[in-house]
Design a protein around this ligand. Structure first.
Ligand code: GSH
Length: 209
């Protein structure tokens, strides 16, 4: 049965990137619908698909799932052999914890370092709250990478990497100084063909194509 993922502008829509990346990384075929954000018609267009008025939304037959993490969980249930969560139960619990922490937190970092995959800025004066969000993200990544040995948070690509993908782009966009395992992880994520495809489409949006 065909799947359609409704996403927002690739330049800005960090929540859309997450399930899009899960689908791409696991070679699950889908059709995408892109709704330009911050336009007069945006709200009305989103409402056509999403009861919450927010995107992403996954349409699969009669099933409609809104919210990035709910979509990722649905894909895991549909494709249990794709390894979208770690095999080991303790690792899976940790992966779900760090994914939920991303999903429900880091407001200061998300506000100050809002996603724009087409731009590069010099490092801004980070607020205390943004600095403590970044410290917590780096602690999470270091713990997961130490435990798994990398190159992804839980060894191979999982939903946890998709949940943190927009943080990796923000670090690059805002020229945040990085070292060691964190720098390597950001590089690993940026080198994924699917991430590069997303950025290319975003550049196309900026050019009006
Ligand atoms: N908790 C939701 C958040 C979704 C969200 O905030 N999406 C933004 C785009 S990134 C949105 O739909 N904004 C509506 C608008 O810009 O009008 C999720 O995880 O999917």
């Amino acid at each position: 049965m065909d799947m359609t993922l409704v996403v927002g502008s690739k330049t800005f829509s960090s929540w859309s990137l997450r399930p899009w990346l899960v689908l791409k990384q696991t070679n699950i075929p889908f059709t995408e619908v892109v709704i330009p954000l911050n336009q007069v018609a945006t709200r009305e267009q989103i409402k056509r698909y999403s009861p919450s008025g927010r995107i992403p939304v996954l349409l699969h037959g009669d099933v409609r799932i809104w919210d990035s993490l709910a979509i990722a969980e649905y894909l895991h249930e549909l494709f249990p052999d794709k390894g979208l969560w770690p095999q080991n139960m303790a690792d899976r619990a940790l992966a779900r914890s760090v994914s939920a922490e991303m999903h429900s937190g880091f407001g200061a970092m998300r506000q100050q370092l809002s996603m724009n995959v087409t731009k590069r800025f010099s490092t801004p004066d980070l607020t205390d709250d943004t600095q403590s969000d970044l410290k917590r993200v780096f602690d999470i990544w270091n713990e997961c990478l130490n435990r798994s040995g990398g190159p992804f948070l839980f060894g191979s690509f999982t939903i946890a990497d998709a949940m943190y993908a927009p943080v990796t782009t923000r670090l690059t966009t805002y020229s945040i100084p990085l070292t060691g395992a964190i720098e390597k992880y950001v590089h690993t994520m940026g080198a994924l063909p699917a991430m590069q495809e997303w950025v290319r489409s975003a550049i196309g949006e900026a050019e009006g194509s």
